[in-house]
Design a protein around this ligand. Sequence first.
Ligand SMILES: [Zn+2]
Ligand SMILES: [Zn+2]
Length: 146
Amino acid sequence: MEANVIPIMNNIVDKMDMRLTYQRKVILNVLIENIDKHLTANDIYTLIKSKHNIIGMATIYRTIDILNKKGIVIKHDFGDSAAKYELEIEQNKNHHHLICKKCGKVIEMSGLLKDDFYETLLQDKGFECTDYKLKIFGYCADCRNA
Ligand SMILES: [Zn+2]
Ligand SMILES: [Zn+2]
């Protein structure tokens, strides 16, 4: 995982078009290292603290907000208490979220839609799709077996 951080960080810095401050770098590092997860602001705070860096919650919220406006971080509402964040970069696009209504687990999945759905959208609605994320609600395997 560690090996992937540098090229992803370089891509983000290009897209971000602003200075990579210490705080932004630390927060982005955590998001890149957890690219397969969905983190709350509190998760980000805890992960940063575990590496002996202290960045206050206000700074985390402010930085996340900036990254969100720049299209680098996406904010999710999965119907539980806190908003969850993940990187909205090429490597992480176009996956769906399967959300368990019982335990709240969020499972990522891609390849659910047929490739020609872009064309269907364009032809039927004149809508050009650039990326997509579906929220699919139900019960995960663990909860179904319990
Ligand atoms: Zn479940
Ligand atoms: Zn996701």
